[in-house]
Design a protein around this ligand. Sequence first.
Ligand SMILES: *Cc1c(COP(=O)(O)O)cnc(C)c1O
Length: 386
Amino acid sequence: MSSDARFQHGFTTRAIHAGQEPDPTTGAVTMPVHFTSTYKQDGVGGLRGGYEYSRSANPTRTALQEALAALEQGSTGMAFASGLAAEDALLRTVCAPGDHVVLPGDAYGGTFRLVSKVYARWGVEYTPVDLADLDAVQAAIRPTTRLVWCETPTNPLLNIADIAGLAAVAHGAGALLAVDNTFASPYLQQPLTLGADVVVHSTTKYLGGHSDVVGGALVTADASLGEQLAFSQNAMGAVAGPMDAWLVLRGIKTLGVRMEAHQANAARIAEFLTAHPAVSSVLWPGLPDHPGHDVAAKQMSGFGGMLSFRLAGGEEAALRVCERATVFTLAESLGGVESLIEHPGRMTHASAAGSPLEVPADLVRLSVGIEDAEDLLADLEQALAP
Ligand SMILES: *Cc1c(COP(=O)(O)O)cnc(C)c1O
């Protein structure tokens, strides 16, 4: 893949330029937002640049899709209305009734809900497994397994799965490996280069990066899977609109510098929390005693800006920290420039209560933003004070 001419430039050069040549008629340096549903034809069937109707293709979305493919080193990028719309297009293209999917034991709650509540009704079966245990993944494989679904790092426990190992297990069984790369972003991890078949993103998070848009993406390694999914994207219709595509396109230009700032702040916070008496454990793959540290160091170029920690004082203490923080905003979602704090048990993962995906009640999740580290540390210090 990396010998492809499109990937000859560095990551941030690709983020700024891939799919975004200056406009040939006006010279505009940034991609315009093409607010149009349809396109004039020069004679019947005479399309200019292949555009006929904006569900099928829109130039702003095309630019984003090319940029996404370039960042993930894939053949085909597709932009959707949300991360879950992208997941839906993938699952419905790859799975038919009677097929089986292996899911992460701590999958993103929306992914688990989509498979367990929507697809289960259509006869798609699933098994949640600890993806860090390749033998357990192998044991969960059935003759009907079509897809192994991976998240690494996971939400909110920051568990790490070995992408190359999972690709070998999935391919040995004739299944595809899908990796939800939302937490790492392509700046830190490029699953297609490690053997994954398709990458999934909630572009709402780090790719958009400014908490101002909801979007999703798929990128495939292989052009023929890309063609099948692009057919579904048009046939099912949950495409990204031009304004949303433009916001993500703008966001990814600074992905590299933002990720460096996110993870530098996360490293400072991990060190601070590890030494704090009110904190019983810190979950961040950059810590040498994190169980996934070695695999993360092998397959990621950095450890990212998501960090969770557990409170010695239990759920009450966890809720108190969330409510006392002021620079950290109490909110769901992640990946924006501003720091967020949340209580997964009562917020993002409340729907997992009583399921195999239930999270500890004493857990707090941080999406570490790019504010000044001193302000973030001081805020946590006062929020954790007795
Ligand atoms: C947010 C998120 C999704 C879902 O994306 P939406 O844009 O909210 O539909 C999927 N996976 C992960 C890891 C997420 O954080």
